[in-house]
Design a protein around this ligand. Structure first.
Ligand code: C6P
Length: 387
């Protein structure tokens, strides 16, 4: 039985073209790019191409910085801690404004900063799961705020925030704006010429690149304090020997993701909708967030009377991989943050399952998942004590 992978918000398969592009940098061209001999310098052309692809992929201008790093968790930590160092420790500001539904790499960093005296405001999404400019504006104090950090698209629901308007609001107030765009790249256009974010994070393994590679955009003229000090790599903005194969792979993965945007928003969305319609055709089910507000690959569905973990177990037995929410909280039995915020019924929040597609998901796979889901729901409800 072939396995079916519908957990692409956790990570994605590496595109074979990406794997191939990384290949020469393991055994042949393994030099340190900072070395002056040929082993080092022969890595430069592909690294240059990769960087160009990253700039083009997110619409960064030449004067901006795109810092290649280890993952989005690193990018998010870097920016939040830089805001603490630059804006807060120096006594100019006291506050970071974010949301109650950020990924743990933002949420737990904010908790850590809070324990060190930073005032953290966590905005609640509205009934549609969106963080609106009105919610941001309410009680906003530009004099106190060192940074606003609001995710572009939520990893659990796929809900897309109005980042253009949020960034504009911050620009008008003169407060820097960061967005975690991990779940946006390759699913919606991410163009920093149009969206005036000052900082943006992304992660290669969410768009068919390698795990352990990410990027941090810093707009020209915005203040920046590196997290890692040491060598002069990345122009001194992120010390540490550059991981050349991952760098090259991420660049190509970005280009392929952007080239596939139309496919993602049409064919992939159609497959997602087919699965979603089949789920909603079952009694007592719901999907969080309006379709038009979501990334084209994500469904967070609730099945009354069925524990999310039990559902996943059964799906797994049938060869289907999904998740109950974000992969890094999957060992916790607590309903996750996004769900607790959006669903008032605690029982319903425990029944959620996330299905996330990729551009490699096929129609046959979706048809098989539908029949597995239908069978699983019937069986688990028959033995449920709450249904
Ligand atoms: N979310 C999920 O199952 P890393 O792994 O550091 O490259 O990415 C972290 C990260 C940051 N922001 C968002 C919005 C994310 O979705 C993730 C990764 C996965 O939802 C794994 S926990």
């Amino acid at each position: 039985m072939d396995r079916i992978y519908l957990d692409n918000n956790a990570t994605t398969v590496v595109d074979p073209k990406v794997k191939q592009a990384m290949e020469p940098f393991w055994l042949q061209r393994y030099g340190n790019p900072n070395s002056l001999h040929r082993f080092g310098t022969e890595t430069h052309p592909e690294m240059g191409v990769a960087l160009d692809r990253l700039y083009a992929g997110i619409g960064a201008a030449d004067a901006d910085d795109v810092i290649v790093n280890g993952c989005a968790t690193e990018g998010n930590n870097t920016i939040l801690k830089a805001a603490w160092v630059d804006g807060i420790l120096e006594g100019k500001k006291s506050r970071i404004v974010s949301t109650a539904v950020e990924h743990p790499s933002v949420a737990h960093t904010l908790d850590w900063l809070e324990q060190r005296g930073v005032e953290v405001i966590r905005l609640q999404p509205n009934h549609e799961g969106l963080i609106t400019p009105e919610a941001l504006a309410e009680g906003f104090d530009a004099d106190k705020t060192a940074l606003v950090s609001i995710m572009w698209a939520n990893n659990e629901t796929g809900i897309i925030n109005p980042v253009k308007e949020l960034a504009e609001f911050c620009r008008e107030k003169g407060v820097p704006f960061h967005t975690d765009a991990v779940q946006a790249v390759g699913k919606v256009p991410v163009n920093l010429q149009e969206v005036g974010a000052d900082y943006l994070t992304f992660s290669a393994h969410k768009f068919h690149g390698p795990k352990g590679a990410g990027g941090l955009f810093v707009r020209s003229g915005c203040s920046f304090t590196p997290l890692l000090h040491g060598g002069e790599q990345m122009g001194g903005l992120r010390a540490g020997t550059v991981n050349v194969p991952f760098f090259v792979g991420m660049g190509l993965a970005m280009e392929l993701a952007v080239d596939s945007l139309h496919y993602a928003q049409t064919t992939m969305a159609t497959l997602r909708n087919r699965l979603e319609d089949a789920i909603l055709a079952l009694p007592d089910t719901m999907v969080l967030g309006k379709r038009e507000h979501r990334t084209p690959n994500t469904i967070l569905a609730s099945f009354k009377g069925i524990e999310g973990e039990a559902f996943l177990w059964d799906l797994n037995q049938a060869g289907v991989a999904a998740s109950t929410g974000s992969a890094c909280s999957s060992e916790s039995l607590e309903a996750d943050a996004t769900l607790r915020t959006m669903v008032s019924d605690a029982d319903l929040a425990h029944t959620a399952v996330r299905f996330s597609l990729s551009r490699f998901t096929t129609e046959e796979e979706i048809e098989r998942v539908i029949s597995v889901v239908e069978g699983t729901v019937k069986r688990l409800r028959a033995i449920s004590s709450t249904y």
